[in-house]
Design a binder for this molecule. Sequence first.
Ligand code: FE2
Ligand code: FE2
Length: 251
Amino acid sequence: MRRIAQQRELQYAIIVALAAAAPLALLGAAGVWWPALFLSAPLIALYCLARVCERDERERLKLLTALSGLLQAAHPQMEGHLHRVAEHGRRAALLLGMPERRAQLVYCAALLHDVGKIGVDERVLNKPGPLTDAEYRHVQRHAEIGAKVMEAAEPLLPMAEWVRHHHERLDGKGYPAGLAGDRIPLESRIIAVVDAYDAMVGGPGDGETRRYRPRKSPQQAMAELRRCAGTQFDPRVVEQFCTLVREETEA
Ligand SMILES: [Fe+2]
Ligand SMILES: [Fe+2]
């Protein structure tokens, strides 16, 4: 991800240099230099703005790496799940028409969607069999804890709300706020779908942690997502995500 940020910075520099060089060359050829000052000032300002954005992105990536490392150290069994949810979230966001930059933020939010589980008792989290009501309420706190952790770090602030609401349901029966329909951020609705899919299907390397939850096939998981579309999940997100899964499984 750091390499992507550096490549983008280089791209900005090249674009600004080319954009500045062309009119300057024309004006220079015509022997007129003073308008070049007026032309170059906004381009330089644009370049500085791009540098600030890139610096923010680097800070975000540092925090993201630190927090996701902390979560993976606390709950090593989650590592594969987090990366799969992040990548699926990014690709689903693109399919839903989000620009690349926004989709990258969805990736970051999805990577940290369960960061609040640092504050959840591991014995409860890994308990085989059903949870008691009190245990379930204890686990539910992770959405609010995660959002609060992210709100404390400026570069992660834009994604805190998405993490807070990743367990809301379209019918308003989710948690922590009981938001319904479009009041749930689209990014949270995306994370909810890809998270549920991964919880059903799993991935390589987490077989040992799934002893008590047999895997579903991608087809079974898609059927379950469709069954819950309109009540638990956003039907548009489910359909776009199923398109993505079909492409993956048929490739
Ligand atoms: Fe969660
Ligand atoms: Fe999850």
